[in-house]
Design a protein around this ligand. Structure first.
Ligand SMILES: Nc1ncnc2c1ncn2[C@@H]1O[C@H](COP(=O)(O)OP(=O)(O)OP(=O)(O)O)[C@@H](O)[C@H]1O
Ligand SMILES: [Mg+2]
Length: 248
């Protein structure tokens, strides 16, 4: 299986070297947990380090917020944009067809095809689904979306907004079954956690690992592990690995 390096610092060793090529991976989590930054890092480093063109489709957040992030991290976006290696599009669903996710998926796929993208981000599929009125239709719509994306030979990250405080997998309870992988991001201030819930064809880490967002971007610490209770309930954070060895 060909692996697509995630470009997210510290992540690849948890997933056997990267995402399976052409897979669709859900990046789920609550507000402000780091989903958009995770996806930007995937595209920016993909273009910069691995020469793989990428497209970022944003549905709700304005592109300015993504540019702020890149400026803050000192990621030089413009040369990559000029070289057609990294594009950000604000996607406005057509009013007449916005409940037709298949139609929207085709429009998104066109953008990726136009620039020969190898990497695609859709931020978020929750926004895309809000125009569809019931769960069975959402499930079918997600199925159509993932099938459309599979034809592209692009490796795609789909962000998914969750609510609640327990590391829920998705908003509607159907998205997780259709994706090939699920990466959960969780923020329990002041700590941030990442958990690979599934990655088809991959012997991935089963542990919860801490990550941080710094002025250099999002950095996963693959050598530290955190207990489930610590991550979800905030009980004394139990760390396995280098830090606790140092403490002992
Ligand atoms: N330079 C920085 N240094 C440290 N933390 C930062 C920095 N920039 C952003 N953050 C943190 O990242 C958070 C935003 O991350 P991001 O936009 O990726 O979240 P998100 O999961 O996409 O949120 P939403 O659900 O609202 O779209 C901020 O609220 C802040 O806590
Ligand atoms: Mg976001």
């Amino acid at each position: 299986m060909i692996r697509v390096k995630s470009g997210v610092q510290g992540l690849d060793e948890l997933i056997e070297g990267g995402f399976p090529e052409s897979s669709s991976v859900l990046v789920s989590g609550g507000a402000g947990c780091g989903k958009s930054i995770f996806c930007l890092e995937y595209l920016y480093n993909g273009a910069k380090l691995y020469n793989e063109p990428g497209v970022y489709i944003t549905l709700e957040e304005g592109p300015h917020n993504l540019w702020w992030n890149m400026q803050r991290f000192k990621w030089d976006f413009l040369p990559l944009e000029r070289a057609n290696k990294l594009k950000i599009f604000k996607f406005e669903p057509d009013l007449a067809t916005r409940d037709n996710v298949e139609e929207q998926a085709k429009r998104i796929a066109e953008k990726a095809k136009d620039m020969g993208a190898k990497r695609l981000v859709i931020d978020s599929i929750t926004a895309l689904s809000f125009w569809v009125d019931d769960i069975s239709k959402i499930r079918y719509a997600m199925y159509l979306l993932v099938e459309e994306l599979r034809k592209l030979n692009c490796t795609t990250l789909l962000t998914c907004e969750t609510i609640g405080d327990k590391m829920e997998l998705s908003r509607f309870g159907v998205e997780e079954f259709l994706a090939d992988g699920i990466v959960l991001l969780h923020f329990r201030p002041p700590h941030r956690f990442i958990f690979i819930r599934k990655m088809r064809g991959t012997s991935h880490s089963k542990a919860i690992h801490p990550f941080d967002i710094t002025n250099d971007g999002l950095i996963v610490n693959p050598r530290e592990e955190v207990s489930w209770d610590a991550a979800t309930l905030g009980y004394g954070i139990y760390m396995k690995g280098q830090q606790s060895e140092n403490r002992d």
